[in-house]
Design a protein. Structure first.
Length: 174
């Protein structure tokens, strides 16, 4: 298992080992004892969720001040966008896009206080994530999908689905 730094402080790509044989492949996506040395102190996951989207659906940008997330794409292909909106962060205003798919098996650790969104690039994709807090809509923040200058590398016509909540979210400007 490899851990790669990104441009955003505290945000990491985790590349798990994939074991192949004649039957297919096997990937361990979470094991507390094994991952513990990769995570910051006191990061403990309490909830798992996933969403399934069709091609062109863009979800987010969402986040909250307390929740760390470990995200992956076990089915299909998506583009994950992470934007640092944390007050006092040395990388505040920095954003990065990560290609996640069923082939590279990358996972991304998103720090609390960062906003994230994802764009489905395949006919169907699954966005799977662990959280360190239980979901509480009252604590959530939402920003428009291109906040902070995020450039999604697809034409506007490609976007086939943005929720009313996301379409009406305010733009975050550093």
């Amino acid at each position: 298992m490899l851990k790669r730094e990104t441009k955003i402080q505290g945000c990491f790509i985790i590349v798990p080992e994939v074991f192949y044989d004649f039957r297919g492949e096997y990937v361990e996506t979470w094991q507390k004892n094994y991952y513990q040395h990769l995570l910051p102190e006191n990061v403990e996951f309490v909830q798992d969720d996933f969403s399934v989207s069709r091609k062109g659906v863009l979800r987010g940008l969402h986040g909250d001040p307390q929740t760390w997330k470990l995200v992956q794409c076990p089915m299909g292909e998506l583009l994950l966008g992470v934007l640092d909106v944390r007050d006092g962060s040395p990388t505040r205003g920095v954003w990065e896009l990560f290609p996640l798919n069923e082939k590279n098996r990358w996972q991304v650790l998103i720090p609390a206080g960062c906003a994230n969104g994802h764009l489905c690039l395949s006919d169907k994709c699954m966005f799977d994530y662990k959280q360190t807090t239980f979901y509480d809509q009252q604590k959530q923040f939402s920003y428009y999908y291109n906040s902070g200058g995020i450039i999604w590398p697809v034409p506007r016509w490609f976007l086939s689905g943005i929720s009313e909540r996301d379409a009406n979210a305010p733009t975050w400007i550093p």
